[in-house]
Design a protein around this ligand. Sequence first.
Ligand SMILES: [Zn+2]
Length: 418
Amino acid sequence: MKLRFLGAIGEVGRAAILVETREARILLDYGVKPSEPEPLFPGHISPKDLDAVVITHAHLDHSGAAPLLMLNGGVKVYATDMTFKLCDILLRDFLKLSGYYVPYEVLEVEELIRRGVRVEYGETVRVKDAEITFLDAGHIPGSLQVLVNADKTLLYTGDYSIVRTRLLSGARDIPRDADVVVTESTYALTEHPHRQELEKEFAKSVKEVMELGGRVLVPAFAVARSQEIMCVLEAHGIRKNVSLDGMAVKVLDLFLENREYIDGYQLLYSAAKHVSRVNDRRKRRRAAEKPGVIISPAGMLKGGPAAFYVERIFDDPYSAIFLVSFQIPGTPGARLLEEGKLTIRGEDVQVRSRVRQFLFSAHSGRSELREVLRRMRSDARVFVIHGEPDACKDLASYARDELGLDARVPEKAVEYEV
Ligand SMILES: [Zn+2]
């Protein structure tokens, strides 16, 4: 078996791994890296040189380049039905925002969704001399880990979480006997806070603001995080005056229609009954004015309806902006945390509302990433990708020095015989 990494080397983004067995060429993920002014693409590969593609999940850093593989007749692309449905929303949005820099069009997105091969958790398909098995990754609804079995067995973790959240139970039964493990390392340097404590603290802070008649803006990713926050509020008895806006509403409906992908379906269903869906300007203005909670993309305050709400909340010391994820340096959310400032209508302003960060995460943290590697065979070969350079190096050193595994951060354009 041979491996080549076309992206995600010392970076969070553009995941793309080429696996060659004696007979088959299989591409695992084909994502982009969000960047200004233009997104970055992984190394080029032509669909005619491939026998199969697997998209582990719908996030753009795993799927954003996949429509390129639909050119010239295309190739078989495997993913869950939920991933294709989410891709339909996310890839169209990506084209709307960055279309000028993207070398494909809506037509290729439609081809991908129409011709994609839907797979189930636990299912195995045969591609020439290889068997590909699809496992639940517990990251977002529909997310996969992939096992490729030929002369050697390779496990690609994709993005994964082993911690139970309100929406998902987390990845269970991660195979331990693979010859080769390709692991993500997004949070290899970060210990995640204890989930229940984090939820309690978040709910308490929201209640404090609401008791004073303030508004709480929760900028959140449209896929999974927004719906997760709805569930957290519901579970902690915050059921009145909760609004949901933007693409998060569309994704909520998708989750409600596909209950087999949502482990915490009952809670989500109850939360959905209490939340007001904001789908026009009048409702948006009303949500911005009345006391309550507003959950809205974008998660790092880069565009989306959250920008509308921020303008109406930043100056009110009784209101709050609660960020519920890691904020990438350079985003408005990161600046808000560091300097307490935002740019509104081209002007720098000091934010007077309360600002706090709650580190909810859909990835494994430092301990979980290490725990999973600890369970692997002692002669497994490990490749660490999909993390900032220090994070990749840290997890690879741990695997090498503490566990005695043959572990490394792969290099670009190198072919690894495993
Ligand atoms: Zn992801």
